[in-house]
Design a protein around this ligand. Sequence first.
Ligand code: 0A1
Ligand code: ZN
Length: 849
Amino acid sequence: MKDAAPKTIYLKDYTPFGYVVESVHLTFRLAPTSTRVISRIAFAPNPDATDRAFFLHGEELSLIWAKIDGQDVLPDVTDDGLRCTVPDTPFIWEAEVEISPQTNTALEGLYMSNGMYCTQCEAEGFRKITYYPDRPDVMSTFTVRIEGEEKVKLSNGNPVGSGDGWAEWHDPWPKPAYLFALVAGDLVNHPDRFTTMSGKEVELNIWVRPGDEDKCAFGMEALKKSMTWDEEVYGREYDLDIFNIVAVDDFNMGAMENKGLNVFNSSCVLASPETSTDMNFERIEAIIAHEYFHNWTGNRITCRDWFQLCLKEGLTVFRDAQFTADMRSEPVKRISDVIDLRARQFPEDQGPLSHPVRPESFQEINNFYTATVYEKGAEVIGMLKTLVGDDAYKRALDLYFDRHDGQACTIEDWLRVFEDATGRDLAQFKLWYSQSGTPRVSVSEDWADGVYTLTFRQHTPPTPGQDVKDPKVIPVAVGLLNPNGDEVVPTRVLEMTKAEQSFAFEGLASKPIPSILRGFSAPIVLERTVSREERAFLLAHDTDAFNRWEANRNLARDCLVAMIRNGAGPDMAWLEGLERVVRDDTLDPAFRALMLSLPTQSEMAQVLFEMGTTPDPDAIWQAAEDLRGHMAEAWQGFLPELRASVAVDAPYKPDAEQSGKRSLGSALLALQSRLDGGAAAQAQYDAADDMTLQLSALSQLISAGQGAAATKAFEQQWKHDRLVMDKWFGLQVGMAKPDMAVDVAEGLVEHPAFDMGNPNRFRAVMGGFAMNHAGFHRKDGAGYAFLADWLIKLDDKNPQTTARMCSVFQTWKRYDDGRQALIRAQLERIKAKPKLSRDTDEMVSRILG
Ligand code: 0A1
Ligand code: ZN
């Protein structure tokens, strides 16, 4: 079915399914290469539909038999499903199919990971389990019987019975098939309990492979915090007697919100101080929250069709970001999210893969689990909240849960609750869902007679399929400072709705210094020529933490651009301003660490490209190296002392306070290592008893060219731990000198522990390599060829992970003609592979344009 001519699906073609499903009963007889799935499904004609064609999705299934109301039937079976003549009254469909979990390397449907059975059904994986209307608007209750010798057998909902070799589960909440899950294996659990706000007792479990029990405590605490937070902030209570989380080693994504049975990539749930970094802990807390929050935003209220994916994902990302901000630091979370948005979403939205937050067509829906749908989708909700205000946001959300509980909804439904709760017309706002591309907003200022005027102009460049854009509603948060650095106009949200618009501030004694787009109030590019002095002023005085960081970021970008383009030396005035911030111990160390992080090389490539300079990856790498060298030299007098002052002298905790200190310490160590040949890093490596310190030391040793011994020692120490070894693989290729990166990557794929079938390991090496900007973009194209070789190899086994990884080529048009030709040749080579998957085919075709 995948090598047939690609078929495009359109949002405008939506029609409801001709039947409703009243109940589903499934029996699984588990066997690695011959699992039997027996289904009994009650169908009835759907009064809201006109088309009564009876088509059930099904892929890679062997149909054994099928019956309608107890009578054998012979359906017309094709590669993608079956058709059958059915009664025009309610009827019972029964079928038995055989599937082979053991040989399912795509990790979609029912598959095996380390001897354990597990499922992944979003978006369209259920059709690899049995024949079914596999679409999110078909919702039903499920009863599941699992037969097998595995000690633990789990499915959605509540357990209703078990005995020798079998277990039965019933999920009372109607759900689409993509939320179905089954897990069976010899697992052990980390149990706990939670009492909900109405006093209901819930049993909680994290299920893991034996040996991983000691890595569950943090995830469990995160789960309980998430449950409490959703009750307190959104009034949402958990709705089953039990909530299970399972850790799986082979998983294409981070985690999955199956009703009552979340399945997690083990890297997103297992944690211990010895094996996980502070960043891992923070990410685990956020992902546990994200999947848990889906119970309401995704499961109780789901999507009508996959075009509405942002309905659940944008909202759930927004909610998990609020949660992290509440648990940790709001400005630090915001700055980190904007760094991430610019690193992942902006390139997508400004390149050949650009698509609206709600796409209008796709070939393979798996290719649309993107930064645009997730992260820009969350930004759109943030803007909506900014525009309507906190109280109205709360009222709208209450109405959303009230009105749509149990339904499969659309973005129209979502916006209507805001319109009804506020009386506002959101027609123009809706453009954020339909128009792709990153708006660019330029600003000019005017000062006369005590009136300060800001004039904004918005423009969104053309994107694939969308040449002309209408002006959008853009909330621009602005504050004004006077020349002494006092805030004279506190943050105010200017609502831009036209292509060009002015806003006046009256009654000011002197010309103010504006702080524009505070908190990054909209996902746009602000184009404004600002003097170095003004940026330095904001770096020193802005009361908005985000814009203070932003001023610094812009100074860093400008400095690097001047070094790259004109061979200039570093901007010493900026470094002095930055030094004051970095040494200011009244500021949060995590914030100071963010101030020290330089723009990535890929970000600089984009900056140069936008300025009309073709980026040279080697020159960008060299400039970043030089700048770090200058910083180290200029600051050598205080680096060791400052680093000592933020050293944590207490038992390890992954909380915001300690991790902020370690993060600043690590940024300082990176500079120190440029002066001492790696001595301080070696000392930290030798003394480290947590992974954060150990890994940051190893990384500095490698970049100082002193990493050989520590790299070996690390491998010896951790070869038994697959998640730690992923870090080991990724770090070596990520930190390699550009001219060595291809060789390092070629060496790593020969390592006995390299396993292309495991997505985490594949991503560690290939993703780490692509992150090595100058190494990947080696002038002779060896990096492109290496990656293409591996994408071609993986495509037969795992199309989803292959297709996602293709996006490392999405920025190819930034580079010189030589590199473009080399990349094009590799993309065409991938495209020409026999039996290329639909997933990869769509990605490569779109990137080629
Ligand atoms: N809904 C999940 C993400 C997810 C999507 C697709 C998957 O398989 C193709 C797996 C997980 C989430 O947002 O966490
Ligand atoms: Zn999600």
